[in-house]
Design a protein around this ligand. Sequence first.
Ligand code: DLL
Length: 433
Amino acid sequence: MVWNKEFECMSPEDLQRFQLKKLNETILWLYELVPPYRKKLEEASIRSEGIKRLEQLQELPFTVKGDLMENYPFGLCALPLKDVVRVHASSGTTGKPITGPYTARDMDHWTECMARVIWAAGVREDDIFQNAFGHGLFTGGMGFHQGATRIGCTVVPTSSGMTERQILLMKDFGADALGCTPSYALTIAERAEEIGMPIKDLKLRVGLFGAEPWTNAMRSEIEERMGIKATNNYGLTELGGPGTGFECIEARDGMHINEDHFIAEIIDPLTHKVLALGETGELVLTAVQRRAMPLLRFRTKDITSLTREKCACGRTLVKMGRIVGRTDDMLIINGVNVFPSQIESLLKDIPEVEMQYLLVVRKKKHLDELSLRVEARKEVYEAGREKIAWVERKIDNHIKGIMGIHVVVELAAPKALKRSEGKAVRVIDERPK
Ligand code: DLL
């Protein structure tokens, strides 16, 4: 069952017609109300009437993070703040935050998109939803709050942190569903085992995770340790937070995109050429129904691919794959492209270690050196130095065998690495910029 059959199961022809109409409304809106966009559109020879066919989307200009920073805080906002009812923000990668303003209508649409997300995970009105995404400027907490409230479930807004209390409330209230980042889910699972209250033994049935990169290996680990099914959910502040992409509980093999609100494209990040379905590249999103700050062809820097196949759940919405990395978190180690997610997947093949790791990149003379600190299981430490050295070699050999790079592996003692309560920090790049 889907939340909104009309839009989630639309025929491709109807969807395209709808998208074109909404896109052209957005172009006109930007033309009239946002001078920096008017300039961009004029430069690309796009007139205020918009485009005739959806394929012409490729002729529209891109929007990049830099555009948002240059126009910080509200230069790209189409309306005066009196028409804005909410502003979220996320810490930009360099200095200035990214702002996300919403009109009342935008809020309503966001809530609708979030209801679809939560419903798709099988959460219903008689469920208790523990919302451990950070509440506040971050879009995760409030976004899931609104969606779950619209469905009518009982929402417990724990926000992130105070992990032991999370576990106690989860047990006492009998939470059926949990929302948080995947790294925080692992933190919760681990703490619960430590205090003798494994999540497996509780009522929890499903986890809605997202907001940071994770792998299928990590999904299996969370599912096993918590005894739940886990869905992946995607979104970003620039496009209004979570609610862009979501997995259905039936398939859990890629995230449906709410295509009546967002048009997705995949481009080659270097040539900017639009790639075909199935090809991997940078995700570009156009918001076609937002009013406060609609963005055209926003380059997300997230790397993934799109597929349009019949889904077991009945939705016709295109699916995006897991985010395999970002164009800007790709590490180049002595010329080899390395995504932290590749290393994470390989760690799953090593039964002696936990999914707690940190990558550090340094310059040694003229060469890059990648080191990996990863926590070993208790037994490895108990077995002594030789075993530790053996596991370190095993990891290095495994990574070298598959990725062709040498990694300096250092096993960290159990619980030595800092635990995440939100988005995990997995990479520290100490090379001079
Ligand atoms: O993380 C919105 C969100 C909240 C999504 C809760 C899902 C759940 P930002 O803080 O602006 O917004 O970060 C957006 O996080 O460009 C991706 O790089 C990354 N990201 C978000 N979801 C996923 C995911 C929220 N499921 C940035 N998998 C995005 C991998 C993700 N990366």
